[in-house]
Design a binder for this molecule. Structure first.
Ligand code: HEM
Length: 305
């Protein structure tokens, strides 16, 4: 078993479940008693579906952490409220998230059932979203998503807490947003307008030269550097979801600190000093916005009776 929950770092999958839950406060001790079993339960289902590349990460928000009577991760906070010139983001924080991913829908299904059953009556389901790989890793707007993600060992360096919070080393800050797309509006736009929105070409997925990128382009607004010129990075694990009436992206990102994600979102919604906001937001609406911490695997044994 890895010291971190394996769903954080895992390579892109073809299937994912994002499940959000609230804990019944009257059953908080029963809930706490269930936590110790999580790492073993995940390993057991992984062994049952050995070829499925099944991974999970279970996370807790600040709302529930304060009920656990246990030291909090240094930077754990609720999702920020943001009001920009065109768009507003309203947090919809919940207690708990299950991020389950694999190459086989039956494996994801089995693990989601087993984890949900483990909590039994202690939790209430808020939302269950099942995601799928669309074409060659494209968002439903038709653009490849995830290209500039960190690769190899850099994924751990970007996503996992290090010695700065020794108590929570190998944990990860997780942000989840369900974006519901207005695809009818998007598909009315010509190719050049769509490509300008991202600052990348659609079919070949090539980055625009810097001088040709609009300050409103999504990749311009999210490609940030710190005061030393070092790239500010997150590890995105987003996937499309959809049915006949609602289609969009479950945006999901991991970071060793929540500040990198927060800075990017601010840059998208509030814009830069000249007020250049992210024009991708004209075609999509954030329906949920939640912040969690995914503790290291060793943390769960604290709840052993
Ligand atoms: C890049 C889609 C929301 C952060 C991209 C790319 C696409 C995309 C297609 C270009 C390829 C690549 O992945 O590198 C979307 C969609 C979103 C969304 C459809 C919501 C509807 C967000 C949010 C954040 C974010 C909320 C962070 C707050 C990034 C970053 C990059 C990126 C860091 C890479 C920029 C670069 O270095 O070029 N996104 N994204 N995205 N996105 Fe998003």
């Amino acid at each position: 078993m890895t010291p971190y929950q394996s769903g954080i770092i895992a390579e892109p999958s073809s299937d994912a479940f994002f499940i959000t839950l609230n804990v019944k406060r009257s059953l908080i001790s029963e809930f706490k008693n269930a936590l110790a079993a999580i790492p073993e339960l995940v390993s057991k289902v992984q062994a049952e579906f050995a070829d499925a590349e099944l991974h999970a990460a279970v996370g807790f928000s600040k709302l529930i952490w304060s009920e656990l009577d246990i030291k909090q991760p240094l930077e754990l906070d609720l999702f920020p409220s943001l009001k920009g010139p065109e768009t507003e983001i309203s947090p919809t924080d919940v207690d708990l998230v299950l991020h389950i991913r694999s190459m086989r829908h039956d494996a994801s299904f089995q693990l989601s059932q087993n984890l949900f059953n483990l909590f039994s009556d202690c939790v209430e389901l808020v939302e269950e979203v099942q995601c799928f790989l669309y074409k060659d890793s494209r968002d439903l707007t038709g653009f490849v998503d995830g290209t500039e993600n960190p690769q190899g060992e850099q994924r751990k360096a970007v996503a996992l807490v290090g010695d700065e919070d020794a108590h929570y080393r190998h944990g990860s800050y997780f942000n989840l947003m369900r974006f519901s797309h207005n695809l009818a509006k998007w598909h009315k736009k010509d190719l050049k307008t769509q490509e300008d929105v991202y600052g990348r070409t659609k079919v070949d997925n090539e980055e625009y030269p810097s001088a040709e990128k609009s300050p409103h382009a999504h990749t311009k607004r999210t490609s940030l550097k710190d005061q030393h010129g070092k790239s500010i990075e997150i590890l995105r694990q987003s996937m499309p979801y959809g049915n006949l009436t609602d289609q969009g992206l479950m945006f999901a990102s991991y970071g060793k600190s929540p500040s990198h994600f927060n800075l990017m979102l601010e840059s998208m919604i509030m814009g830069d000093e000249q007020g250049h906001t992210d024009h991708l937001m004209k075609y999509t609406t954030a329906k949920t916005a939640q912040a969690f911490f995914m503790p290291p695997n060793s943390w769960f044994s604290k709840f052993q009776q």
